[in-house]
Design a protein around this ligand. Structure first.
Ligand code: GDP
Ligand code: MN
Length: 398
């Protein structure tokens, strides 16, 4: 579950990680009130207005702007709230901005003494241990740093038995080229960050940039936080941090219906059972020259009702020009699934306006194929082999 920057920063702050302070606002008026409160609390007279959307690269897309007085706070907030922010990490349509974070300005203009670093905590899937990943090249696109200068990215693995140890935090501060007060501050920052990550059962904490101010304070300017959904039962207070406005509406609807649906960019709808088969199906569609529009896993019980719900969800995407049903009948019998497909089709009448290719393998596959082939007037095509199914999809699209 992804969080907004302001929510991530609240969690960091509660664990003693120093942050660039800020207050969230939904209207330009609230933004001005937030700026005034921020001045009372921190003494700042310049502010940064930051779009709150679940996507990085907001600065590049015009979603992070400096305001030098309250009038500018109002004007910039007015411009950013309600805009569709397009960043290198969003689709071409961008993301609707519902809120802005009004933050204190922490860069001291005219002085070149500020420095930006990259620090994240995440799971190293190869070793099964958490690690701190860090780089002196902060503030910029870390993927680009990884590609062009991989030697500038360091990792420090955390032993699950001990948690992060102070010597490791000092090593990180040293490798980041710090000394004196900033060195001590960075060590403290890293210790608190790794502890916050662990205690909140996070999946990722990415702080880019971590800032060294001109007076040697170390603080989190940005926070990209993702929590482990499977651990939310341990953190009842985190559940309310979910912002469904940030999620794909069809994905939310599918989740409510107990279906696992992921929207993609192509034109072939995929209905499968099991995530592994979903991966295989997408690969085969690609290999045959097609492009999957989604990934929909109906799970073990592919009865008429579920199949119908699945069709409805897939057909919400106007890009879908054909649907491939690829189901393995292990626990579920193929003829039952075939009947489900036919019943769902008949139930939905005209709302199915694209051809459906059905490939069923497993128990009673032969009966299932006969059932499909016996249908008159339905645009349903049967296939036995995986490859054959993918090719038939291409034929109907051609
Ligand atoms: P991102 O673009 O989504 O990663 O958003 P960030 O929170 O990282 O902000 C983007 C950029 O805005 C940063 O890399 C900084 O260069 C700039 N920025 C953020 N906070 C401040 C600030 O307090 N003062 C100034 N002058 N620039 C800031
Ligand atoms: Mn950032």
């Amino acid at each position: 579950m992804n969080l907004h920057e302001y929510q991530g920063k609240e969690i960091l702050n509660s664990f003693g990680v120093r942050i660039q302070r800020g207050i969230v606002a939904s209207t330009p008026e609230e933004a001005v009130a937030a700026a005034k409160q921020l001045t009372d609390e921190t003494g700042t007279s310049w502010y940064v207005v930051k779009a709150q959307v679940h996507a990085g690269g907001r600065g590049k897309g015009g979603g992070v702007k400096l305001a030098k007085n309250l009038d500018e706070v109002k004007a910039i907030s007015d411009e950013i709230i309600g805009m569709r922010l397009v960043t290198p990490q969003t689709s071409a349509e961008g993301k609707l901005v519902n809120q802005v974070l009004i933050a204190e300005d922490v860069y001291y203009p005219g002085e070149s003494k500020t420095e930006e670093f990259y620090v994240s905590v995440l799971l190293n899937r190869a070793t099964g241990k958490n690690m701190v990943m860090y780089s002196p090249e902060g503030g910029m696109d870390i993927e680009e740093v990884a590609e062009k200068t991989p030697e500038l990215i360091f990792t420090e693995e955390i032993d699950p038995a001990t948690g992060i140890l102070p010597f490791q935090a000092r090593k990180i501060a040293f490798n980041l080229g710090l000394s004196g007060v900033a060195f001590k501050e960075m060590s403290k920052f890293v210790m608190a960050l790794a502890t916050a990550y662990e205690k909140s059962d996070a999946a990722m904490f990415e702080i880019n940039p971590v800032l060294k101010t001109s007076d040697d304070k170390i603080l989190a300017v940005d926070a990209k936080v993702s929590l482990d959904e499977n651990a939310l039962f341990r953190h009842k207070d985190f559940a309310e941090l979910r912002d469904v406005r940030e999620e794909h509406p069809t994905e939310v609807e599918a989740k409510e219906a107990g279906l696992n649906y992921v929207a993609l960019d192509g034109n072939v709808g995929c209905m499968v059972n099991g995530a592994g088969l979903a991966m295989g199906t997408m690969d085969l569609i690609k290999q045959a020259g097609g492009d999957p529009a989604n990934f929909l896993d109906v799970g073990g019980t592919a009865d008429a009702k579920r199949v119908e719900t699945a069709f409805r969800i897939i057909l919400k995407d106007p890009k879908v020009k054909a649907i491939l049903v690829n189901i393995f009948g292990g626990i579920v019998r193929c003829d039952r699934v075939a009947q489900g497909v036919v019943d769902a089709y008949k139930n939905m009448g005209d709302s199915i306006n694209v051809p459906i290719i059905v490939r069923l393998q497993g128990t009673n596959a032969v009966e299932a194929k006969e059932l499909i082939d016996a249908q008159d007037g339905l645009d349903v095509i049967s296939a036995t082999e995986f490859q054959e199914a993918a090719e038939k999809v291409q034929e109907v699209l051609a």
